[in-house]
Design a protein around this ligand. Structure first.
Ligand SMILES: [Zn+2]
Length: 460
């Protein structure tokens, strides 16, 4: 079993007492075996001298779409329903096995490079096996699933599926991938959002989740236009409807939750539903500001995520932490969402949202070795004297300061060099894939200038 000793790092443990100290971490296989101020393991296969550097738990992004990474820059300056119907759905419909694979690799490379070690990922309708193959090869820890959408207007033909077909494909993918690599890869049922799903599909998903304990990952209450449609179709608020059909449980991960009312917040709190905050995406799509401080006050588990590359346009947790810390202060005052609260969301909070708080999210003996080393010896992160290191990480540091990423005990980036992903190949294939996809969509071929459709954007 491969062993690694990381020596003399400033360790931000994020354990129960949020202890920080300078010391060593010893890793055997995929697990942290020992932590101390001066460990001696002369037989370690690999020793990392981390003197002067900061070791943190790897970042957990609880909402991303790997299949959309090659759409980066293809959906700028649109609001949600236009963004979906004019850009994202046609592009997803044009995907093939290879383009999904390289789109996933592009996103995985970006995230490993910026210190993300776990993701909750939603794929497209087809070719999800290719995304799982990329996840497997990259070394990323992931909870992922094919998107389910058995209804909806203006959905391209290739994304239209039947209720039974959607459920069967999900079951097949789950059988093939859930639990792979000693649990590193897990499956989540992933209905796109209420608008895209029949009640039958959602009820069956809820039943399967209850029966197998499977997690369910979906979007909810992202945009005012979206919740109007849900209310018109179901007569209920979005989260009330999810509760009505049995989906609101502690296995449910809800992305966005921008437009909740008091009753919906109470359902989320009482059922133990997990929420993902996506500040970059919510601002870029002009969706609104989720009241995250209120959810945290109600002890709701909130994780952080970049969402897809075409609505952000990065998958960078350092950036997302900074946005999460800043965007709520104008409404809630300067002490809202302090650096420590945000850092907790990015690590142990995300782990809890995935149901993995006993395995990842903090640096503790017995936990999986998902670790990130930051080099804060630079102009933009100094002075260091008497400044809380977590403040430096959230407010000053960037992805350029991430020097080593370890997932499941395996070093996937060292000295800023990716070990599992060939950068030149992935960048080349990402370009050739998006060129091929655009060639399949006549309406997009000349659409590099974004247009803002005033008529279909919501009046609110
Ligand atoms: Zn999303």
């Amino acid at each position: 079993m491969k062993t690694t000793l990381i020596r003399q790092a400033e360790i931000i443990t994020m354990n129960q007492t949020e202890e920080t100290f300078t010391g060593d971490v010893y890793i055997e296989g995929d697990t942290i075996k020992d932590i101390g101020s001066s460990l001696s393991y002369p037989e370690a296969d690999h020793v990392i001298d981390a003197k002067g550097k900061v070791l943190t738990p790897g970042f957990v992004q609880t909402h991303v779409h790997l299949c959309q990474t090659i759409f980066r820059g293809k959906g700028d300056d649109l609001e949600l329903m236009d963004w979906l119907k004019k850009r994202i759905w046609p592009l997803e419909a044009a995907h093939d096995e290879e383009s999904v694979y390289y789109s996933a690799m592009l996103g995985l490379g970006e995230m490993i490079r910026s210190g993300t070690t776990s993701i909750v990922d939603m794929e497209t309708v087809n070719h999800t096996g290719a995304a799982f193959r990329a996840i497997e090869a990259s070394g990323m820890r992931a909870l992922s699933g094919k998107v389910m959408m058995d209804k909806g207007d203006e959905v391209p033909r290739a994304l239209q599926e039947t209720t039974t077909g959607s459920l069967q494909q999900s079951a097949d993918l789950m059988a093939a991938w859930h639990g792979r690599d000693n649990g590193r890869i897990q499956y989540a049922y992933s209905p796109r959002f209420v608008i895209s799903c029949t009640e039958e599909l959602l009820r069956e998903t809820a039943r399967l989740s209850r029966m197998h304990g499977t997690r369910v990952h979906t979007h909810a209450s992202e945009n005012l236009g979206e919740i109007d449609i849900v209310e018109a179709e179901t007569g209920m608020r979005n989260v009330v409807y999810l509760d009505h059909i049995g989906l609101a449980t502690d296995k449910l991960i809800l992305a966005h939750c921008v437009w909740l009312d008091e009753q919906e917040r109470r359902i989320i709190q009482e059922r133990g539903v997990k929420v993902t905050h996506c500040p970059g995406s919510n601002m870029k799509l002009a969706s609104g500001r989720a009241d995250i401080p209120a959810l945290l006050n109600a002890h709701v588990c909130v994780g952080l995520g970049a969402d897809g590359a075409p609505c952000n346009n990065n998958l960078d947790m350092m950036n997302e932490m900074r946005l999460a810390a800043l965007m709520h202060k104008p409404d809630h005052g300067p002490t809202a969402m302090d650096a420590r609260t945000v850092f907790r969301m990015a690590t142990i909070g995300g782990a809890e949202a995935m149901g993995l708080e006993n395995e990842i999210g903090s640096i503790e003996v017995g936990k999986k070795a998902d670790l990130v080393l930051h080099d804060l010896y630079d102009f933009h992160t100094y002075p260091s004297y008497d400044v809380d290191t977590i403040s430096r990480l959230v407010y000053s540091a960037t992805r350029a300061d991430v020097v080593m990423t370890m997932i499941h005990g395996r070093i996937v980036m060292e000295d800023q060099q990716l070990k599992t992903i060939d950068k030149d190949t992935v960048l080349r294939e990402a370009d050739s894939s998006i060129r091929r996809l655009i060639g399949r969509i006549p309406e997009l071929a000349g659409a590099s200038v974004p247009e803002y459709d005033q008529l279909s954007s919501h009046s609110g």
